[in-house]
Write a protein of this length. Structure first.
Length: 176
């Protein structure tokens, strides 16, 4: 099902491995929107993978790079998959929230542990020695704060998660 009243943009937030990129492409196809992954945008702009940027510049500088990339976005009719750390920037999140519906793809920490491999190889922004559980506990309140809608994805395959996402977007659009 396609939401009857589609927002200008749909912004997907959530932990690494929550399905933002995969569901983002599927949702963009369904809505007839363009798809943008901010992690890929940053990699193209800097000519380096995320983990290389984090290693070269450190976590705080990488957060500023991510914030600048997000603040530069002027989109309409797009699905945006953000990096999991974008929620550390109030300015970036205010910009994204003003441009459309922000949907948190929520997965339990246990499900993420099953999906994720080496966090460092994935370019995950985290403090040295910070566990996935610690990162999860740190970020979930931020995702909750910024999301217009939350889609619980535990136990859902891609199609079921897409249906749940479309239903949540439609419900949010009808409240506007």
């Amino acid at each position: 099902m396609t939401p009857r009243r589609s927002p200008r943009n749909v912004i997907l937030i959530g932990m690494p491995g929550s399905g933002k990129s995969t569901l983002g492409v599927l949702l963009a196809k369904r809505l007839g929107y363009t798809f943008l992954d901010t992690d890929i945008l940053i990699q193209v702009q800097y000519g380096r993978r995320l983990e290389e940027l984090i290693a070269a510049h450190g976590i705080e500088r990488f957060k500023r790079i991510e914030e600048a990339a997000v603040l530069s976005l002027q989109l309409d009719g797009s699905v945006v998959a953000t990096g999991g750390s974008v929620v550390y920037s109030p300015a970036a999140m205010a910009h994204l929230k003003a441009s459309g519906t922000v949907a948190w793809l929520h997965l339990s920490c246990e499900a993420l542990e099953r999906r994720l491999g080496d966090l460092d190889a994935r370019g995950v922004v985290r403090s040295p020695g910070q566990s996935l559980r610690d990162l999860y506990n740190e970020r979930c309140p931020l995702y909750r704060r910024y999301a217009h809608v939350t889609v619980r994805c535990d136990g859902l395959d891609h199609e079921a998660a897409l249906e749940a996402l479309c239903a949540a977007i439609e419900a949010a659009s009808s409240r506007e």
